[in-house]
Ligand binder design. Structure first.
Ligand code: GLU
Length: 494
C-alpha cells in the first residue's frame, strides 16, 4: 500500500452463533495485523440478523476471544465509534431504506410467494432436471399491486433483480479475477418477511456505511460475491477490495474441524495455551515471513504482514507445532509476565483448594522451577499445587513406599523420622543445606540417596513427579515440610 492511499479499514463481522473457531479468528487476526501495520482501523460488527441462529451470550464470548488474543478494536460494540451502533439488529432502518431505494429504482421487487408455492416450484425444477432457484415469477407484479398487497399487511420478502445476461466480475486479492455468468445467479432475497435483512444486504450496507476498504472473510463466500457486487452497483456505491481467505486443513487433508481437535479460541485458553503463542501460530498458518522463521513477535508481525501476500492454497493446522510453540513461549516470556499468567491460572485451577490471593513471592518462585517443565499452563497446578494447598497432602502408603521401599515399610517409617530430625536441626532452610543434610542421612542409613529423596518427595508433596526436590522443599518451607513428613510417618506407622 502506498503512503498516499487512505488508511485501510478492516472489519471482523461474526454472527453470534457460537464461539469463534480458530479458522474464523485467523481471518480476524490477519485483518487486525494489516490494519495495525498501515495505521488503519480494525472494526468489530456483530451480524445478528438471523435471529433463529443467534445463541445467547455468543457475542460476549466472541469479544472475550478477541480480548484474550489481544485483538483490540477501534470501533465496535463497547468501543462505539462514528458509525455506531455496531450490532446489525440495532440498524434495521438502514437496511429497510436501502431495500426501498432499490424497489423504487426497479432493481428489487416484493415477492408474495408462500413457502408452499416455492417448494412446489423447486420440486418442479428438480423433476424437469433444471437448476433449482427462484424463477422470477413476482417480477411481473405491477408496482401498484405490490404496494397495495404490502400495505394490506400480506407477508412478503424483497428480492434483488439480477441481470438476466452478461457476467459479473470482481478481483480477489488472493485469487485474482473471478467472473461469473449472471444467468447462473437467481433473484435472491435481501429483506425477509420478518423485516430483517439477509446477510447479503446487511453487510453490503454496513461495509459501505462504515467505509470498509477490505472485506476479509472465508472463501466460502466467493460464490456469493458477484451478488454483492451487483447490489453495491445498484446502490450506486464502490465495491471494497475482496480478500477471501483459504480454509485451514486438518492433518488428513480435510477441512479443519472438531474431529481434528480444532477448537474455539476460548478452549485453547482453557487448555493452557498462551495468547501470544496462539497468536503467532495462527498468523503463520498460511502466511510466512521467510522460509524458516517460526517464532515471530507481535511487533515483528505487525511490521511485516500484508494481506496482499496471502496465498490461495490452504495451510495445515499443525497441533504439534502449536504445542512446541507454546512451550517455546513459556520459556521465553518475561518472568514477571509469566508470574502474572501463572497466578491467574493457579488461582483458577486451585480455587477451593488454596487460599486466595496466592502468595505472590511463592508464585514468582515457581516460574524458574516450572517453566521448563510444562508445555501448557494447565499442567502447572498438577506440578506445583502442593506449594499452595494447606498442611496435609496425605499420600497413600503404597504411593509413599513406591518402588524404593516396597516391602520395607518399617525402614521407610524410620527413614522419615530421621529426615524430620535432620531437617529440624538445620540452621538455615536453603536448598543447599537441605540437600547436604539428606545426602548425609542417606549415607548414615546406608540407603541409596535416590530412594530417600523419592520418599521425602512423595511425603512432602504427595506426588512422585515435581520440580527439583531441594528447591521445592525450600519453597514449601520448614514448618510445612516437617508437618507433612511427620504425617507420612504416622501413615506408615498406622
Ligand atoms: N457474518 C458472516 C459470518 O459470520 C461474516 C461474513 C463476512 O465477513 O462478510 O460468516
Amino acid at each position: 500500500m502506498s503512503a498516499r492511499q487512505a488508511a485501510p479499514r478492516l472489519r471482523y463481522a461474526p454472527s453470534p452463533t457460537g464461539d469463534p473457531h480458530v479458522g474464523n479468528i485467523r481471518t480476524a487476526l490477519w485483518s487486525w495485523l494489516h490494519a495495525r501495520r498501515y495505521g488503519g482501523a480494525f472494526i468489530v460488527r456483530i451480524e445478528d440478523t438471523d435471529q433463529a441462529r443467534a445463541v445467547a451470550g455468543a457475542d460476549e464470548r466472541i469479544l472475550a476471544s478477541l480480548r484474550w488474543l489481544g485483538l483490540d478494536w477501534d470501533e465496535g460494540p463497547d468501543a462505539g465509534g462514528p458509525h455506531a451502533p455496531y450490532v446489525q439488529s440495532q440498524r434495521l432502518p438502514l437496511y429497510r431504506e436501502a431495500a426501498e431505494r432499490l424497489i423504487a429504482a426497479g432493481r428489487a421487487y416484493r415477492c408474495f410467494d408462500t413457502p408452499e408455492q416455492l417448494a412446489a416450484m423447486r420440486s418442479e425444477q428438480r423433476a424437469q432436471g433444471r437448476p433449482v432457484g427462484y424463477d422470477g415469477r413476482c417480477r411481473a407484479l405491477s408496482r401498484e399491486s405490490s404496494d397495495a398487497r404490502a400495505s394490506s399487511g400480506e407477508p412478503c420478502v424483497v428480492r434483488f433483480r439480477m441481470p438476466d445476461d452478461g457476467s459479473t466480475a470482481f478481483r480477489d486479492a488472493i485469487r485474482g479475477d473471478i467472473r461469473v455468468e449472471n444467468a447462473t445467479l437467481d433473484d435472491f432475497v435481501i429483506l425477509k418477511s420478518d423485516g430483517f435483512p439477509t446477510y447479503h444486504l446487511a453487510h453490503v450496507v454496513d461495509d459501505h456505511e462504515m467505509a470498509i476498504t477490505h472485506v476479509t472473510r472465508g472463501d466460502e463466500w466467493i460464490p456469493s460475491t458477484p451478488r454483492h457486487v451487483r447490489l453495491i452497483e445498484a446502490l450506486g456505491w464502490t465495491p471494497p477490495s475482496y480478500v477471501h481467505t483459504p480454509v485451514i486443513l486438518g492433518p488428513d487433508g480435510g477441512k479443519l474441524s472438531k474431529r481434528h481437535g480444532a477448537r474455539s479460541v476460548l478452549e485453547y485458553a482453557d487448555e493452557g495455551f498462551l495468547p501470544d503463542a496462539l497468536f503467532n501460530f495462527l498468523a503463520i498458518t498460511g502466511w510466512s515471513l521467510d522460509d524458516h522463521t517460526e517464532l515471530i513477535s507481535r511487533d515483528e508481525l505487525i511490521e511485516n504482514f500484508d494481506i496482499a501476500d496471502l496465498v490461495p492454497n490452504p495451510a495445515v493446522f499443525d497441533t504439534t507445532k502449536l504445542e512446541w510453540m507454546n512451550g517455546a513461549y513459556l520459556r521465553t516470556v518475561d518472568p514477571a509476565r509469566l508470574a502474572d499468567l501463572f497466578e491467574e491460572r493457579l488461582a483458577q485451577d486451585l480455587s477451593g483448594r488454596a487460599a486466595l490471593p496466592l502468595e505472590r513471592p511463592l508464585v514468582e518462585a515457581t516460574v524458574p522451577l516450572a517453566r521448563e517443565r510444562i508445555k501448557r499452563l494447565s499442567e502447572l497446578a498438577p506440578l506445583v499445587d502442593f506449594l499452595f494447598t494447606g498442611e496435609i497432602v496425605a499420600p497413600e502408603p503404597g504411593t509413599l513406599l513406591g518402588k524404593p521401599y516396597r516391602g520395607r515399610r518399617p525402614e521407610a517409617e524410620r527413614a522419615l523420622g530421621a529426615c524430620c530430625s535432620a531437617l529440624a536441626a538445620l540452621e538455615s532452610w536453603t536448598s543447599e543445606a537441605i540437600e547436604g543434610a539428606l545426602r548425609a542421612l542417606a549415607a548414615e542409613l546406608d540407603e541409596r540417596a535416590g530412594s530417600l529423596f523419592m520418599l521425602c518427595r512423595v511425603a512432602a508433596t504427595g506426588r512422585p513427579i515435581t520440580p527439583p526436590l531441594f528447591e521445592t522443599l525450600e519453597l514449601i518451607g520448614r514448618e510445612r515440610t516437617l508437618a507433612r513428613l511427620r504425617s507420612a510417618q504416622e501413615t506408615l506407622g498406622a
